[in-house]
Design a binder for this molecule. Structure first.
Ligand code: GDP
Ligand code: MG
Length: 208
């Protein structure tokens, strides 16, 4: 039997990455379809919701945009510890910011929910001429950690809808699989369930 996904699926997605790589710009482009050259720095974190309908199923993405600056790093766990997915963003014109992604990944592998879905956004692709785009290393890194990589630009809008949609679809598939798993999983051996208390005898009738 195939489990039907529940009527409203809700997921938490957290954005991580160095300061100035374009995390806020990606979210703002995705939700409001606008871009600002002077995007203000995020203080700590902000939160936006996106509602989608995928294959007829309503899906809500809660998107947590965090501050990437070093001084906010310690707050990371607050946002990723119960996240369903993480979007790790780097700036394609700055290799340091890619190194920072690999650090976040290591941290997530140790501290985040083990089944967290990871995606890497190679942002600011508009600043590179097409022949200079070499993402083979980044792509093989993504594959090695079970993540997908998307080349994106918050400025032009390239790659963004596809990236968020892919995240939402993978989240849905995973939820479906785990629901099916629960339905078809054999009962655990060695566990005997005992009702806490035996039924009490009804009190004797009296006094009639
Ligand atoms: N050219 C270009 N600039 C971008 C892009 N995304 C963000 N920026 C600029 O990079 C700066 C930092 O962006 P912001 O979204 O605040 O980065 P955050 O600190 O990671 O949230 C801002 O000046 C943005 O306008 C992009 O795709 N292309
Ligand atoms: Mg920001």
């Amino acid at each position: 039997m195939v489990a039907k996904p529940s009527n409203n699926l809700s997921f938490k997605l957290v954005l991580l990455g160095d300061g100035r790589v374009g995390k806020t710009s990606l979210v703002v482009r995705y939700i409001n379809n606008v871009f600002s050259e002077k995007q203000e720095a995020t203080i700590q974190a902000s939160y936006l919701t996106k509602r989608l309908v995928i294959d007829g199923v309503p899906v809500t993405l809660s998107i947590w945009d965090t501050a990437g600056q070093e001084r906010f790093h310690a707050l990371g766990p607050i946002y990723y510890r119960d996240a369903d997915a993480a979007l790790l963003v780097y700036d394609m014109t700055n290799s340091e910011t890619f190194n920072r992604v690999t650090k976040w990944v290591k941290e997530l592998q140790q501290m985040a929910p083990p089944d967290i879905i990871m995606t890497i956004a190679a942002n600011k692709s508009d600043l590179l001429r097409s022949k200079k785009i070499n993402i083979q290393d980044a792509e093989s890194y993504a594959t090695s950690i079970g993540a997908r990589l998307f080349v994106a630009s918050a400025k032009t809008g390239v790659g963004i809808d596809e990236m968020f949609l892919d995240i939402a679809k993978r989240l849905m598939d995973r939820r479906k699989e785990s629901a099916e798993g629960l339905l078809t999983a054999p009962p655990r051996k060695g566990i005997v369930i005992i009702d806490d208390e035996p039924e009490k005898e009804p009190p004797p009738k009296c006094c009639s």
